[in-house]
Design a protein around this ligand. Structure first.
Ligand code: IPE
Ligand code: IPE
Ligand code: MG
Length: 629
């Protein structure tokens, strides 16, 4: 196997990657590609660095997942164990993708590639489905079944890799769109994928036989007079040898029909040409020694491979030099949080250091002595959002002015924050004042504009600082200057705290947030800083009030009404909803804990079908047994 034309470190640098975690992930993917994808790796080296590393991430991550489902060591294990490993990886990937990053280096690199190139992640789900099938082995009765399977599972993956290349060629259309617009093109793509997978079925035959699978349709074996039992016993027969030659010829014909989009960057044409040539070489190696296929994978003849690759490399380098790389992948923020003191003035820096020295205090226990339930980490929501409603009605019911309700509500918030810290919640977002609340009477607005900063100051109390970082989501328009100042100062003074992030939604409206994001994005596009073709959901979210706010897992509303009132429409699309009758001033941390316990019992599917249903009695929701309150 050849060594990379430029050292990987340089490829990462030239791709603008400086995050060490991303380096590790891409390196793991590169190694997996190098070891398992001889042809893919060789072709990746013909591509410019950003495309090269994307190819490694896609191919290498798929191999890493494939290994989890593999019977061979180091993973191995029973079908159930392999299936469990696979499901755990897939759910972790789904969760990481929602966050846009992962602590697992391979998933991190894969997600980085998906987001950078705006690749629709659904295609990976079809691939995961293939891996699930692999665990139990696959059998095809007919060619039609085999083709149908390819069209559902393998074609999307190949098309996605193809889409990277067509974008590099300056084509904006996706392969599916090209296929839809050009008669017969869809069929031609499908044929190309069939050629690749038929070739792989032949060269990977011995691996499949190790697992007890015969990857060819039974129809093909029957027609050729080949017996399954002979193959599994690794007995070569003249009929089998004839079948291999026949199938290699068929794959070669399909390969010859690979359609190239009409406008291609010359280097992309060179890479695609080398890819098909290497596959032809692979087919020749298979057809030259059919009996050997039963025992091992044929290697590509070294001299023929070099005869092909050396000129391709020289031509590709020349082409990339003559025609500059035309695409601008959408850059992502680094995964490591920026140094919080970076950019601060000297005085601020001193203050920030002083604040760091002040010891953080733990949350105070609830006066009743109640302790939080202990939940398995996987059952915990990461982000709870609360519509703190019912202050006014609570006060009115007691013959008090509505403003007293808001004061009581501020106390509730403080207790709930202590409870969130105790249970180990990472994100709590609360709706304190909506863009619609300006419709209220002046005296109530006045009281709210006093209570909100007052409550915030208690939360960020410098004498006894909790490990709580405050963020503000909302728009400054119409807010009094002192409220804006308290919010921004709270954000600044708590920026180093890490246990819990409390996002205060003050003068917040979901539609305003989305509209403002769209306006900012449009300005960037007009200024030429953003390519409209690179706008993905993830790229769009960077323009929201608090871009790093994760998706809401649990949305809670107190006060008895069952609506969301313009709260977090972007972030809460898949939130579990829970409505409590109690008005906010009557609520305390035990209600939060109880709500989290209810959340932990729910099944979240995100549009898919649950894979490993866990019987309810196996979920140790609370070690205390009874609900906390
Ligand atoms: C929520 O309580 C606080 C704010 C909206 C500012 P409300 O003031 O809406 O109380 P109800 O719904 O009228 O009881
Ligand atoms: C939602 O409560 C806003 C806050 C809790 C800040 P509202 O009381 O304003 O909602 P509606 O008017 O009943 O929908
Ligand atoms: Mg209300």
């Amino acid at each position: 196997m050849s060594s990379p034309a430029v050292p990987p470190a340089r490829a990462y640098r030239r791709s603008g990657l400086h995050d060490p975690m991303l380096h590790r992930g891409y390196e793991a993917c590169r190694r997996a590609t190098h070891v398992t994808g001889e042809i893919e790796y060789a072709v990746s080296l013909l591509l410019p660095p950003p495309l090269r590393i994307a190819t490694w991430a896609l191919y290498g991550a798929v191999r890493a997942v494939d290994d989890l489902a593999d019977v061979a060591e180091p993973c191995g294990g029973t079908n159930a164990e392999r299936s469990e490993r696979l499901e755990a990886w897939i759910s972790a990937f789904d969760a990481d993708l929602r966050d846009g990053r992962s602590t697992d280096p391979v998933r991190h690199a894969l997600i980085h590639t998906i987001l950078t190139w705006n690749l629709p992640p659904e295609f990976l789900h079809t691939l995961f489905e293939e891996l699930r099938q692999d665990v139990h082995g696959r059998q095809f009765a007919t060619w039609q079944e085999w083709r149908h399977y390819n069209s559902l599972i393998n074609t999307p993956l190949v098309l996605r890799a193809g889409s990277l290349l067509t974008r590099a060629a300056g084509l904006t259309a996706e392969p599916e769109a090209i296929a839809a617009g050009v008669p017969d093109a869809a069929l031609a793509w499908q044929t190309a994928v069939d050629a690749i997978y038929l070739t792989d079925a032949l060269v990977d035959l011995s691996d499949d036989l190790d697992r007890g699978h015969v990857p060819l349709p039974q129809e093909a074996l029957d027609e050729a007079g080949v017996h399954r039992a002979d193959l599994l016993a690794r007995r070569s027969t003249p009929a089998f040898e004839e079948l291999v030659r026949h199938l290699a010829g068929r794959a070669r014909t399909w390969l010859d029909r690979i359609p190239l989009p009409p406008v291609l960057h010359p280097a992309v044409g060179i890479a695609l040409g080398a890819y098909t040539d290497l596959y032809r070489l692979r087919l020749k190696a298979a057809a030259d020694g059919p009996a050997a296929l039963l025992h091992h994978r044929p290697a590509l003849p070294r001299s023929a491979r070099l005869r092909l690759l050396l000129p391709a490399r020289a031509k590709a380098a020349l082409a990339w030099g003559l025609f500059p790389f035309p695409i601008q992948p959408c850059p992502l923020p680094p995964s490591a949080p920026a140094d919080p003191t970076e950019g601060l003035g000297w005085a601020e820096e001193v203050r920030s250091l002083a604040a760091q020295r002040r010891p953080i205090v733990p949350p105070t226990p609830h006066p009743s002595g109640a302790r939080p339930p202990r939940l398995p980490a996987a059952a915990m929501p990461r982000h709870v959002a609360i519509v703190m409603d019912g202050n006014g009605r609570w006060a009115t019911a007691r013959g008090l002015p509505r403003t007293d309700g808001h004061r009581a509500g501020a106390k509730t918030l403080l207790d709930v924050v202590h409870g969130a810290l105790e249970i180990g919640l990472k994100h709590l977002t609360v709706y304190a004042f909506s863009t619609e609340n300006w419709k209220r009477p002046a005296d109530e607005l006045h009281a709210l504009m006093y209570e909100i900063p007052q409550g915030l100051r208690r939360l960020t109390d410098d004498a006894e600082p909790l490990d709580v970082r405050v963020r503000w989501a909302g728009t400054p328009s119409r807010l009094p200057a002192d409220v804006i100042e308290t919010l921004t100062e709270a954000e600044r003074s708590t920026r180093d705290r890490t246990a819990l992030t409390v996002t205060m939604c003050v003068n917040y409206g979901g539609r305003t947030e989305i509209t403002e994001a769209a306006a900012k994005l449009a300005q960037e596009a007009v200024a030429g800083r953003v390519d409209p073709r690179s706008v993905s959901e993830h790229a769009f979210a960077r323009y929201l009030h608090v871009p790093e706010l994760p998706d809401v897992d649990l949305l809670l509303r107190t006060g008895g009404d069952q609506r969301t009132s313009n709260f977090l429409p972007w972030q809460a699309t898949y939130a579990e909803l829970l409505f409590l009758d109690a008005p906010w001033p009557e609520v305390d941390r035990r209600d939060l804990w109880h709500a989290i316990e209810q959340y932990a019992r729910r099944t979240r599917r995100y549009g898919s079908v649950p894979r490993t249903p866990v019987p309810a009695q196996q979920v140790p929701l609370s070690e205390q047994g009874a609900p906390a309150k």
